[in-house]
Design a protein around this ligand. Structure first.
Ligand SMILES: Nc1ncnc2c1ncn2[C@@H]1O[C@H](COP(=O)(O)OP(=O)(O)OP(=O)(O)O)[C@@H](O)[C@H]1O
Ligand SMILES: [Mg+2]
Length: 222
């Protein structure tokens, strides 16, 4: 199996005025194509930071991030934007939905720069149906519950048919029944559509269902 993403001795420092937060302190890992990986660790252990780097949303302070064999530091901002758009789906811990747009338009947002003959509106409607939100497509995020917003973010992450989906706490705001449905949906996306899935979760029961668990502590692997 091909490695999709590799982190080699990655450090990430956030500079806060005169102090430095060392969010990652030498993290190394590999994610293989078609894997379902769960990342776990205490709050502040660096899970979101690691995901942002794996998803080419940020660059390391030291060390290497390799996406599909390419060191992301050697890519131009255009090349990175293309990878993010074509290869990666991202579900943010805070959803990052557009408040003035409907659920349907939020799911369609990553397709605005696409220039092909895929019927994205149909795909968006199908995805919203798969996450149980057919009856909410015209609602704006402010007219939806936290769990519904989370499921819109999950539908949006799949609209461009990415190779890998990074989902930061995709069940964090859901009751256990809805959380279970979302987990089953992500497992189907992994097994049936052959997508690589990396989730962050605090729920150890859900984490156990992944192919593999990566544990973080203080910015390194436990
Ligand atoms: N943009 C930022 N600027 C400064 N410090 C940051 C920034 N983002 C994260 N940090 C700090 O880096 C550390 C790791 O943060 P990160 O968000 O990766 O943790 P996490 O494991 O995702 O936590 P949680 O489970 O609470 O979401 C924390 O101490 C956090 O305060
Ligand atoms: Mg986080």
């Amino acid at each position: 199996m091909k490695p999709l993403i590799e982190l080699h001795n990655v450090h990430k420092n956030y500079v806060m005025g005169k102090s430095i937060v060392r969010a990652l302190r030498g993290l190394s890992l590999k994610i293989t194509e078609d894997e379902f990986v769960a990342m776990v660790g205490a709050s502040g252990s660096g899970k979101s930071t690691a995901m942002h780097l794996m998803g080419c949303l940020d660059t390391p302070s030291h060390g290497k991030v390799i996406f599909e064999g390419k060191d992301i530091l050697n890519l131009s901002s255009n090349e990175l934007a293309t990878i993010r758009r074509e290869r990666i789906g991202f579900v943010f811990q805070t959803f990052n939905l557009m408040n003035t747009m409907s659920a349907l338009d939020n799911v369609l947002l990553p397709t605005v720069f696409k220039n092909d003959d895929v019927n994205y509106e149909k795909r968006a409607r199908d995805l919203l149906k798969e996450v149980g939100l057919s009856h909410r497509i015209a609602h704006k995020p402010s007219e939806l519950s936290g769990g519904e917003r989370q499921r819109i973010a999950i539908a949006r992450s799949l609209i461009n048919d990415p190779e890998v989906v990074f989902a930061d706490e995709p069940t964090g705001n859901l009751d256990s029944v809805t959380g279970r449905k979302v987990m089953n949906f992500l497992k189907r996306v992994n097994k049936v559509r052959k997508k690589t899935i990396v989730i962050v979760t605090h729920d150890l029961e859900l984490a156990k269902e992944a192919d593999r668990i990566i544990k973080l502590k203080d910015g390194v692997r436990l």
